[in-house]
Design a protein around this ligand. Structure first.
Ligand code: BGC
Length: 488
């Protein structure tokens, strides 16, 4: 295996990415209070094959085993950073509705500002579940001790059950009363949660992502019905509404973190706040077919650009016609975004298909046949350089590769995957001049891959789910060489 000399900026962040729900349970206190927990336990979902039947409480057990895992990240991988999330339902297993805050609405009736008083912050402090607060402090303190800069994601998918009942919504969303991101009341509660996290952990965290892959939350939850993501609906209006509410929620949370984290604990401090997005590289299946080109362009627009236009420019193309009418401009909803996190996994080859929704071009993603991962995703390293260039042109602000990884149970392709993608990243920085501040491999250890459960193995360390033992894959030594700057 040949690794060419690659120089990276001196303060470049090298890390791995994780999320709370996917790694925490398996040892110590489980968290049954989220929509995802209920969703993957639901017998109908299991019977209908929507979810695997694997259960998160049999997971890797990071909740107790974090000191060992973080030590691996530092010593065995030579990392200087770590991406993790906090689960909202662990901190607030019970409602925060009655904590009073001042909410402002813009002329279209959308939530555009939330103000939280010191008194309300005290009420939030009283409501927070202290064993979880202590545990997260312990984990973050351990990161600090090891010299790992933390990138903390506030929302990496599970919602507290008191905000979202995924089964009631799946069965009858019209009459359900806890409807998650469908309702803007969730944005207000998210503001309280974000403020509380920034205030409580701000001395240990400087880099925040408000949320992970909002387009996956709205797309898999409300557009692609059989995706296995809660609440498993296919409804264009809800898809648009949820995407819009997530864009607003990003801005509101951005403001709260800036307001409540006043402590600087790194060069980034006190609060460097971005979002994690998941652009893909799209290509028409037949480049000579006008229909395929149109379908690929549309999917690229929806998946890659649509959401970023909302949070960066205030352009809310709610009728999806790819142009912004005057009533779709909402500058009052733009609050800021210090960096864009890029999760890059694959290329999608797109074919035109019959449109099921009037006014929207039909499309179909052609299944991968060559160079595929266990997820059935095509390995296409050049796409990483493309999306980094694309995102920078659109957003003109620093980027971070917040996820990039491969499900590879046989451990045959991971080492090459890593090298080839990092080479493309290097070209983007050095040849194209794109300001990328870090790279986080997904993931440190094997974990609970949402609807697909434990079969998908993304970890640099293989986990034996019975014994919880971690075993390094071949990519560990490769990543260490790169991350520890052997090629500087
Ligand atoms: C998500 C992770 C997930 C990974 C692999 C990303 O979309 O942020 O939670 O495990 O992809 O599917």
């Amino acid at each position: 295996m040949v690794i060419t000399n690659m120089k990276f900026p001196k303060d470049f962040l090298w890390g791995t990415a994780t999320s709370a729900f996917q790694i925490e349970m398996g040892k110590g206190e489980p968290d049954p209070n989220s929509d995802w927990y209920v969703w993957v336990h639901d017998e109908d979902n299991i019977k209908n094959g929507l979810v695997s039947g694997d259960l998160p409480e049999n997971g890797p057990g990071f909740w107790e085993l974090y000191p060992e895992d973080l030590r691996r990240a530092k010593e065995e991988l030579g990392n200087n950073a770590f991406r993790m999330s906090i689960d909202w339902s662990r901190i607030f297993p019970n409602p925060t509705w009655e904590v009073p805050v001042k909410v402002s609405f813009n002329s279209t009736g959308d939530v555009c500002h939330v103000e939280i008083s010191d008194q309300s912050m005290h009420l939030l402090e009283e409501k927070a579940y202290q064993p979880s607060v202590k545990k997260y402090r312990d984990i973050l303190t351990e990161c600090k001790k090891l010299g790992l800069t933390v990138l903390l994601t506030l929302y990496h998918w599970p919602l507290p059950l008191w905000i979202h009942d995924p089964i009631a919504c799946r069965d009858d969303i019209v009459h359900a009363d806890r409807r998650g991101w469908v309702d803007q009341s969730t944005i207000i509660e998210f503001a309280k949660y974000a403020a509380y996290i920034a205030k409580t952990f701000g001395d240990l965290v400087d880099i925040y992502a408000t949320m992970n892959e909002p387009m996956v939350v709205s797309g898999l939850g409300y557009f692609y019905e059989k995706s296995g993501f809660p609440p498993g609906l296919s409804n264009l209006d809800l898809f648009v509404k949820v995407t819009k509410n997530l864009a607003i929620a990003h801005g509101i949370a951005y403001e709260q973190v800036k307001e409540w984290d006043r402590v600087s604990c790194s060069n980034y401090g006190p609060a460097y706040v971005g979002i994690v997005h998941c652009p893909r590289y799209h290509e028409p299946y037949d480049k000579d077919s006008k229909e395929d080109v149109k379908a690929a362009n549309f999917l690229e627009y929806i998946e890659n650009e649509w959401f970023l236009n909302m949070i960066i420019k205030g352009d809310f193309d709610l009728n999806l016609n790819m142009t912004i009418e005057p009533n779709e401009k909402h500058p009052s909803l733009v609050k800021g975004c210090d960096f864009i996190g890029i999760n890059y996994y694959t290329r999608q080859r797109v074919k035109a298909a019959e449109s099921k929704i009037p006014g929207i071009p039909g499309f179909e993603v052609v299944p991968c046949t060559e160079n595929c991962t266990d997820m059935g995703w095509e390995i296409y390293p050049k796409g990483l350089r493309y999306v980094l260039n694309w995102a920078y042109q659109l957003c003109r602000r620093p980027l971070m590769v917040t996820e990039n990884g491969i499900a590879d149970a046989k451990d045959e392709k991971r080492a090459d995957f890593l090298i080839n993608h990092i080479q493309e990243l290097h070209k983007a920085i050095v040849e194209d001049g794109i300001p990328v501040k870090g790279y986080f491999y997904w993931s440190l250890i094997d974990n609970f891959e949402w609807a697909k459960g434990f079969k998908m193995r993304f970890g640099l360390y293989r986990v034996d789910y019975k014994t919880k033992k971690r075993t390094p894959t071949k990519a560990v030594s490769v990543y260490k060489q790169i991350a520890s700057g052997a090629f500087d």
